[in-house]
Design a protein around this ligand. Structure first.
Ligand code: DX5
Ligand code: ZN
Length: 219
């Protein structure tokens, strides 16, 4: 079984203190930093872009797990690679040619992820599973933190895990949206090995990040 990793989303961090917030995450045992990039077009919310990622890069050695919710995504990929992303995850709906966008990310020596919205079918990416590093299963409709977890997406995780085993592949399965101390177990049992969490990590137990990361990891 793959090791369970936690990728805290800085969407729920104090934006006036982002450098310190990232240090707190590293000290609290985060495995990577999830950066939610939104463009106010692909999703109805606007967050941060390459200059902020670049500025944050000096505050941690942890990998930056950059979730691009922007469209069209292709022409911006290199900017995120240059800014310091380690994993670049894109949505199929945000590019004209998913294969060429994933190849572009790989050619920049970055790990490549594909994210599936709750409504998006696995069949869209079956052919690419042997070429990518990660599948990000959205358990909310992307756009905002603090939304309610959609348990129906667990089926997709089970299916993906079966496909991975059958085809002897190695991609990570990450889940994103509404993860808390109850559904973390369901996500891990289904086959997710990276849990994204914003609200639970930053707001629960009076913002005790270490405690919240530990609780999310234990199932
Ligand atoms: C939603 C984002 C998520 C989200 C996670 O569009 O991709 O990363 O902010 O935050 P919580 O854990 O609050 O759902
Ligand atoms: Zn995300």
């Amino acid at each position: 079984m793959k090791k369970i990793k936690i990728s805290p989303s800085i969407l729920s961090a104090d934006f006036s203190q982002l450098g310190n917030e990232i240090k707190r995450l590293e000290e609290g045992g985060a495995d990577m930093i999830h950066v939610d990039v939104m463009d106010g077009h692909f999703v109805p919310n606007l967050t941060m872009g390459p200059p902020i990622i670049k500025a944050l890069r000096q505050h941690t050695k942890l990998p930056f797990d950059v979730h691009l919710m922007i469209s069209p995504v292709h022409k911006y990929i290199k900017d995120y690679a240059d800014a310091g992303a380690d994993i670049i995850t894109i949505h199929p709906e945000a590019t004209k040619d998913l294969k060429s966008s994933t190849e572009h990310i790989k050619s920049l020596n970055k790990k490549v992820g594909i994210s599936l919205n709750p409504e998006t079918k696995i069949s869209l990416i079956t052919d690419l599973l042997n070429e990518i590093d990660l599948v990000l299963i959205m358990s909310v409709n992307p756009g905002f933190g603090g939304q309610k977890f959609m348990p129906e997406v667990l089926e997709k995780i089970k299916e993906l895990k079966e496909m991975r085993d059958q085809k002897n592949l190695d991609f990570d399965i990450e889940i994103d949206g509404g993860i808390n101390f109850d559904n973390n177990k369901l996500a891990i049992e289904a086959g997710a090995n990276i849990l994204v969490s914003g609200t639970t990590i930053f707001k629960n137990n009076n913002g005790d990040i270490k405690k919240n990361i530990d609780l999310l990891k234990s199932s």
